[in-house]
Design a protein around this ligand. Sequence first.
Ligand code: DAH
Length: 344
Amino acid sequence: MKEKLEALKVEALAKLQEVTDPQVLNDLRVKYLGKKGELTEVLRGMGGLSAEERPVIGQVANLVRSAIEEIISTKQEVFQQQETLGRLQAEKVDVTLPGRSLPQGGIHPLNRVVQEIEDIFIGMGYKVAEGPEVETDYYNFEALNLPKDHPARDMQDSFYLTDDLLMRTQTSPVQVRTMQAMNGEVPVKIICPGKVYRRDDDDATHSFQFHQIEGLVIGSNIRMSDLKGTLNQFVKEMFGPSTGIRLRPSFFPFTEPSVEVDVSCFKCGGDGCRLCKQSGWLEILGAGMVHPNVLRMGGYDPEKYSGFAFGMGVERIAMLKYGIDDIRYFYTNDMGFVKQFKGI
Ligand code: DAH
């Protein structure tokens, strides 16, 4: 019986040694160790052994079993490793392959300019305010020192919804709304970006709807030099450190004195080019010292407080900055146009 077991061991180990396939390995496991396997078969004959022989043979049988088990588990481990390795190979990602690029959105040039301007003024301590696009005649005109029969109302042909309601023609009404909300507190330091509406015929430089950014500062002893310094800093950050501003006298009902502000041409540096129509200057905004009537209507005593205000057209600034010659590009969603601003 001992010889039988030894022979079985030799045969089993030889066969198992050669196995290269997990399925065959499993078959052999069943063949030798299974319920009806050869080892089991031999052991079944142990009943006929004497009491002395039994433990001896039992020991041999156990050794044979563990030898077979050991080689099987070693093989299983090897196969498992091979399988894992094969899977890793098959699922290998070639990181050197160029990626498949997905179409990606970008920020619209108008929003980009608004964000840029907001960032500059936030950096100077301003807050961003908002106001309604459907506005009352009072806030859009009257509180800004434009009584009903004021000729300057003609400058801004309006879309009226009722006798008293209109689409705001400017972001300036937010000045008065902000002052009233501040309840006489100082300092007031806000900018307000937003849409405005005018009854204009659309062409390359006009649109019935466009965007403005309003600015308002109120405090004690705010002077024209504060306005000038602020706008000078603004254009340097917006158009480049070598740009500067010049102020020209102008008129707005809500400011006194009023100015129009030009930035030195950032394209030619002031020498004269097509962008600045050879003048060296580009008109970018209107501004002035807040009119005493407007301060009063906002709840501020003009004897105690003063302030400055400014307003600029976002489209105009974007057109100058990016060399865009037709305002309609902003609104027609031409992908060829919009995509150019993706990476800027
Ligand atoms: N609201 C004016 C416009 O739409 C722009 C403007 C000019 C705003 C002077 C101001 C200002 O705040 O002080 O033409």
